[in-house]
Design a binder for this molecule. Structure first.
Ligand code: ZN
Length: 457
């Protein structure tokens, strides 16, 4: 299935809206373990092969389709201060001649996506609009890059244009976004981080349920911390425990041993070998992707790998209920306690179990406990067969629900948090920056492997 922009947008909105109800997030100092992270999104994400991933990273840009209006290199932009957040803001006007629909426009400032807006190809051409953004590093020089993003067909940057400007007018003493997050980690958690990772979550559509925010996440010791600053100035923060018996999340590093049990309701055309092949395809694709990334940044070992054991578990014991650990043991001969994460894939035309969470997949947490998995950590449903490679239940497990199981939330940016990273989210969310897979503090060690992550003092 090749979804159009509308389908994808609605799916993301649905998915994000459900996760927005995640009870742990909005409450200050909440525990992210409080509830499951249900999903409707992955079901309608497009199937992809490795070839299309390569295509997506190839430069297919066409010069000249998009440009800044009224600013040239060396010009000065005078910022003003947003009353709600106290952050500086500036405006640029952009223009595009593209008559292609299903596009959006990303604005990057010094490599960080600071604005993302829909593109209205139906409007009279050239299309023009003003884009408001935050000069996140204070006064000084910014390289602004505006990009026309095709998230329907090529999953690529179609065209982009850059300009170098000087931002002035920010009053002395105004904290940068960086300084604001340093303060908040100190105030909220007593953590002294000199280089926290942060990004902008852009609300692409007014109807999207997740509000725009500045967002930061940090994996420090056995905890993941998250701090959000919303555009009304409200701050929300939450933490979760990693790889502990009383914890909820897997640390996004090392080897995760996964048991996938397949429960067949007998009401579909899905065969067990077909499902096993789908899981295997996606497992290999994700492992390869993590290995490739790890090699590209000079690591000797992959940051993350999953070892998968798959077992058919027969018919459901109780329709609409996950198997218990005892039932898994007696039906498959495998002990969930020997694994870090247990996945149950139901083959059920009526989606009776996972459907109760509002989608086709759900991350229930509780993975990577030292004493082993004690219950189903990820639920997935397959209603009908004929999976496209990577577009079946396996893709939803390895490229979405497991990512939730390591702490990811829908508003975390993909990869490096720039527009080129965003446009690849159709395939898989690998939040390099927020998983600590980059060297945010510049000490030569990526944060997830760093004894003093994010410049911890
Ligand atoms: Zn999700």
């Amino acid at each position: 299935m090749k979804p159009n922009r509308f389908n994808l947008a609605i799916a993301i909105v649905l998915c994000a809206g459900l996760a927005c109800n995640h009870p742990g997030f909005q409450a200050p100092s909440g525990d992210r373990a409080d509830g499951p992270t249900p999903d409707a999104a992955q079901a309608t994400l497009p199937p992809d092969s490795k070839e299309t991933l390569v295509e997506a990273t190839t430069d297919t840009s066409t010069p000249g389709l998009i440009r800044f209006v009224g600013i040239a290199d060396g010009d000065t932009l005078v910022a003003s201060i947003d009353k709600a957040t106290g952050f500086p803001t500036a405006a640029v006007r952009i223009e595009s001649d593209s008559d292609v629909s299903a596009l959006s426009i990303g604005l990057d400032a010094n490599g960080l996506m600071v604005a993302h807006v829909g593109y209205e190809a139906s409007a009279a051409l050239p299309y023009q609009r003003d884009v408001i953004w935050t000069p996140w590093a204070g006064n000084g020089e910014y390289e602004l890059r505006v990009s026309l993003l095709d998230w329907d067909r090529a999953h690529a940057v179609l065209s982009s244009s850059t300009v170098r400007v000087q931002v002035t007018g920010i009053p002395p003493g105004t904290p940068t976004i960086h300084e604001k997050f340093i303060q908040l980690y100190q105030q909220l958690y007593g953590l002294n981080l000199s280089a926290p990772a942060f990004a902008r979550y852009n609300k692409l559509f007014p109807e999207a349920l997740d509000d725009a925010r500045w967002i930061s996440a940090a994996y420090v010791g056995d905890s993941v911390y998250e701090i959000a600053i919303f555009d009304d100035g409200q701050v929300a923060n939450t933490t979760g425990l990693l790889n502990r018996d009383d914890g909820s999340f897997c640390r996004p590093s090392g080897t995760i041993r996964m048991l996938a049990v397949l429960v067949d309701y007998g009401n579909t055309n899905v065969t067990i070998p077909e499902l096993e092949a789908d899981l295997s395809f996606s497992l290999n694709r994700s492992n390869q992707r993590w290995e490739d990334y790890s090699r590209a940044i000079g690591l000797a070992e992959p940051i993350l790998q999953v070892e998968l054991t798959t077992a058919a578990a027969g018919a459901p014991v109780s329709a609409g209920q996950f198997l218990s650990a005892d039932e898994i043991r007696s039906r498959t001969g495998y002990d969930p306690a020997s694994f870090d994460v247990t996945v149950e894939v139901d083959i059920d035309a009526a989606n009776q179990t996972v459907g109760q969470y509002g989608g086709r997949g759900v991350s229930l947490g509780g993975g990577c406990r030292p004493s082993g998995s004690g219950s189903v950590n990820i639920g997935m449903n397959a209603e009908a067969g004929g999976f496209q490679p990577g577009g079946g239940p396996g893709g939803s497990i390895f490229d979405h629900e497991l990512t939730h199981g390591m702490g990811w939330m829908h508003w975390w940016p993909n990869q490096y948090a720039d527009s080129a990273s965003w446009i690849q989210t159709y395939y898989a969310w690998d939040p390099y920056l927020f998983f600590g897979w980059t060297d945010a503090d510049g000490d030569g060690v990526i944060e997830i492997l760093d004894a003093s992550p994010y410049g911890l003092q």
